[in-house]
Design a protein around this ligand. Structure first.
Ligand SMILES: C[S@@+](CC[C@H](N)C(=O)[O-])C[C@H]1O[C@@H](n2cnc3c(N)ncnc32)[C@H](O)[C@@H]1O
Length: 208
């Protein structure tokens, strides 16, 4: 999706996002937080942090930075941080995850939950995740799994032409981009649609 379409979609979603995608996507957020195995002092970057639904899940001993393209989604996240007094949230920036302004090797852990199938150039995003992650750091994703069920698969395909309106690509599958490089570990399958993945450093995605 092009940047302006993403911004427009999430401007529309911001007010209703938590009701629509709060509880339903929370198992994936929780699974990532478990998989991260955070240690005191870790610096974490969450790209596409949205309304900050994951932020209360981080331990108070780590420092979290969130970025998002959508000002309206970030406004909600900022309100949540204030309301919940989340002192471990260092910063929330309006920033494009495909062209981040952080120096190389800034973070111990980098997280993207429900984001890869939204951005305009997923391969570019993955390059950026690697760049800002420390060489001994780790990258975690919650990513869409294309359904093996023929009926659900054809619904996903049919919905693909409404990607701009929906705010994500319903038929996107990260495995298509990884070129059989073996650079990805599947850590958990949340349900039919989503799984938790860890990207190994040094492996980038194939440019489609
Ligand atoms: C489906 S929402 C997921 C939000 C959050 N991670 C969650 O768990 O609810 C996708 C988010 O990615 C953001 N996004 C899309 N493209 C982006 C980009 N290029 N850079 C930063 N954020 C982006 C959208 O604005 C939106 O907030």
């Amino acid at each position: 999706m092009q940047i302006e379409a993403v911004k427009a979609a999430y401007r529309r979603y911001a007010g209703i996002y938590d009701a629509l995608f709060g509880p339903v996507l929370q198992p994936g957020r929780k699974a990532v937080l478990e998989a991260l195995k955070l240690r005191a002092g870790d610096r974490v970057l969450e790209v596409g942090v949205g309304t900050g639904l994951s932020l209360p899940l981080y331990p108070s001993t780590v420092q979290v930075t969130g970025i998002d393209l959508s000002r309206e989604m970030l406004d909600k996240a900022r309100k949540r941080v204030a309301r919940r007094k989340l002192a471990n949230v260092e910063a929330l920036h309006e920033m494009d995850a495909e062209a981040m302004t952080f120096p190389d090797a800034s973070f111990d852990k980098v997280v993207a939950m429900y984001v890869i199938s939204v951005v305009e150039r997923p391969a570019r995003l993955i390059e950026e995740l690697h760049r800002v992650c420390k060489p001994d750091g780790e990258i975690f994703l919650v990513n869409h799994v294309r359904s093996e069920n023929r009926l659900v698969g054809s619904i996903e395909k049919g919905l693909a032409r409404f990607s701009d309106k929906l705010g994500f690509h319903p038929d996107f599958e990260l495995a298509d981009m990884l070129n059989g490089s073996g650079g990805v570990d599947e850590l958990a399958r949340i349900n039919f649609f989503w799984k938790v993945l860890r990207l190994r450093n040094g492996y980038n995605a194939r440019k489609l």
